[in-house]
Design a protein around this ligand. Structure first.
Ligand code: GDP
Ligand code: MG
Length: 653
């Protein structure tokens, strides 16, 4: 016995219905007129085994109601002729809009075969529909197709051949209690007119003209009155709203949206029109840097205050005056603690640099800088190692290996030490916290900027002196932007911060220990007095710094030992002056805002740390490393003096 199935093909306009219909029916296509209406309908018969399928291509609609001719035809066919199954063709790239119709068809109580068409378009837009989840939610198979190329049609046939055993969808929108009660009443008492939830709802919200039945009309009026009493607002709007909510909840669970490569490239181009713009690029970069430091402070400082309080409390817990006590309090807590309090700022700095790197912005910064760098006779590519120098000069110098020619490597390695690394930050933080409380981020930002300017000028001058050939133009591949991973950035910042902490616990601790010992000798001397060994060393050197505005022996010692690592500058003050409160007041009285400025510039410019020099030597040779030390010390000193003297002349000091 052959079986006969009538299968309607429904869907939004342009979802690919006709394409699919043609794929299914092939040459059996037959075009006919629907009785009584002018709109064409297409019918196609296909025999597969002992089953005869009659496919009916119904007009494309977004909704199903009596509002337009097309929709009325579609509704009449689906609700009156009640096909054995309905293939709902869904444009996967416009899931929400298409799924609305799917929801209506399900509510008609028909067997539904959802076809996710246009999967190629969806994929291009970064939309993935999870058929396994959809099938699990509705309890029916979903088929993915590309109707225009006939892809997935054989899968659809498999579902069609089992259409006799196909279940109806199990998941439908739910409505407020009074509506549900009314739907139930209508479906029970008028099974012909209210043959499905769809029809019952349509009768209730007047989407469907009530059939000629006085009893039904009365009952409906009663039910509507009851619903009106209990629910505010228009019923048709409420029902539509629930249906949309239903669609959204399905989309949320089963549709995944990423940005496609195509979109990423397009978006990247659009962003780059601003970011790498000839006029906007530079200011944007400066703004990004300023924002960086603004965040380093505003986010970091509350934490710094807590840690500070913690160290203070710790040092109160250690009473007495013994040697060991002094060591723990002055050396350990004051010295190392003075450096460690800035861990939050350091973490945020690393975190934000990682974000800039990961998002692809750092490459743009180099690209923007290239134009400017070229004008100065430098290679734009050099800017990336230089930017890395903000974190730590050591890996930055190592990164010069990526530059093609010797000259660029040398010039960049010599420029990097002026890039203000994170070890200098504690020094700035200490001083701006005392002298520039209201302009902290602006002052620190200017120091970083000054570093860049000096770096570029130094390279420029050295190029004039040692190299003369022209610079090759920059060919740079800019990676597409992507949303930076906060987790990756946090991990990267975590690793670098741990390194900073370790350094404070080992190397800086060791140096601080030496300073503490020298400050306690000779035996019997008052700790950290001018008479101690360290005091005498400092006093011998201090006069040199008189023209720069800071001639305390402690400052001299800080700068001498800061050569080992710049964090030590702060550590030294900590050891010599004592805990935070004492440290703050001592610095406050020994420096002025002007000399604080010259001291910070000195710290920024004079000598990179030992480790950086060692790496410079390894990368480009002893001669250059020595030159780097010579230039930086001279330049740092001259700038410090210049700032102080000019400042005094114009009456700031
Ligand atoms: P209908 O309005 O629902 O009948 O849609 P049509 O079958 O007329 O298709 C509309 C347009 O989409 C036509 O140009 C088809 O070639 C195209 N099309 C149909 N299915 C797909 C598909 O899966 N992928 C792509 N890229 N295009 C399709
Ligand atoms: Mg069509």
């Amino acid at each position: 016995m052959g079986r006969n199935y009538v299968v309607a093909v429904a869907g939004n306009p342009n979802s690919g219905k006709t394409s699919l219909f043609n794929r299914l029916t092939g040459s059996n296509l037959k075009v006919g007129n629907w009785p009584g209406v002018t709109v064409e309908k297409k019918e196609g018969k296909v025999v597969r085994g002992d089953i005869t399928f009659t496919f009916v291509d119904i007009p494309g609609t977004y909704g199903i109601s009596a509002r337009s001719e097309d929709e009325r035809i579609a509704m009449d066919f689906l609700t009156k002729d009640r096909p054995d199954a309905v293939i709902v063709v869904l444009d996967s790239a416009n899931f929400n809009r298409n799924f609305y119709l799917f929801t209506l068809v399900m509510e008609m109580g028909l067997k539904v075969i959802p076809v996710l068409n246009m999967t190629d378009m969806a994929e291009k837009r970064g939309i993935t529909l999870h058929t396994d989840r959809l099938s699990a939610v509705f309890g029916i198979p979903f088929v993915k197709t590309i109707a225009s190329r006939g892809k997935g049609v054989s899968d659809l046939w498999k579902v069609l051949e089992g259409v006799g055993e196909l279940e109806k969808p199990v998941h439908l929108p739910a409505y407020p209690k009074p509506v549900e009660t009314a739907v139930e009443t209508l479906m029970n008492r008028f099974p012909k007119e209210a043959a499905s939830r769809f029809q019952a709802l349509g009768i209730l919200d007047s989407g469907i003209v009530i059939p000629d039945n006085d009893e039904l009309r009365q009952v409906v009026a009663g039910l509507q009155g009851k619903i009106e009493e209990e629910l505010a607002g228009e019923l048709d709007e409420l029902i539509a709203e629930k249906r949309y909510e239903f669609v959204y909840s399905i989309a949320k669970e089963c549709v995944e949206r990423r940005m496609s490569t195509e979109q990423k490239v397009a978006l990247t181009d659009r962003i780059d029109r601003f970011v790498t713009n000839r006029y906007l690029g530079g200011p944007l970069f400066l703004f990004a840097m300023w924002l960086l430091f603004f965040l380093v402070f505003t986010v970091g400082n509350p934490f710094v205050a807590w840690i500070n309080a913690g160290f203070e409390a710790l040092s109160f817990l250690i009473p007495g005056t013994g040697l060991f006590t002094s060591f723990v309090r002055e050396g350990l807590i004051s010295g190392v603690g003075a450096v460690l309090v800035f861990v939050p700022n350091i973490f945020i700095l690393f975190f934000l640099i990682a974000i800039m790197e990961d998002s692809g912005y750092l490459s743009r910064a180099a690209f923007v800088a290239d134009r400017f760098m070229h004008a100065l006779g430098l290679h734009g590519k050099s800017f990336i190692p230089m930017l890395l120098g903000f974190g730590c000069n050591i890996p930055a110098v190592m990164a010069v290996r990526t530059l093609e020619n010797e000259k660029d490597r040398v010039l960049t390695a010599l420029a990097i030490p002026y890039m203000s690394c994170s070890a200098r930050l504690p020094v700035y933080l200490l001083f701006v916290g005392i002298f520039f409380t209201r302009y902290q981020s602006t002052v620190v930002f200017s120091l970083y900027l000054l570093g860049i300017i000096i770096a570029i000028l130094v390279a420029r001058v050295l190029r004039k002196v040692f190299f003369t050939k022209a610079v090759s133009p920059l060919v740079m591949e800019l990676p597409a932007y992507h949303v930076p991973s906060l987790k990756t950035a946090a991990r990267s910042a975590g690793i670098r911060t741990t390194f900073f902490i370790k350094k404070a616990g080992t190397f800086i601790f060791g140096t601080v220990l030496v300073i503490w010992i020298l400050a306690s000798l000779p035996v019997g001397v008052q700790y950290a007095s001018a008479g101690s060994v360290i005091g005498r060393i400092g006093s011998a050197v201090a006069p040199i710094f008189h023209p720069a505005g800071f001639d305390s022996w402690q400052a001299a010692v800080a700068l001498i030992f800061g050569f080992l690592a710049k964090e030590v500058v702060v550590g030294t003050f900590g050891v010599l002056y004592g805990g935070q409160t004492a440290l703050t007041s001592a610095i406050g009285s020994q420096f002025s805002a002007l000399s604080a400025m010259s001291f910070m510039v000195m710290t920024l410019v004079y000598i990179p740390c030992v480790a950086t020099i060692a790496v410079i030597r390894r990368e480009i040779g002893t001669k250059w490393a020595a030159l780097s030390v010579g230039i930086s010390v001279t330049l740092g000193y001259l700038l410090a003096v210049l700032i102080f003297q000019v400042g005094r002349l114009i009456g700031i000091g």
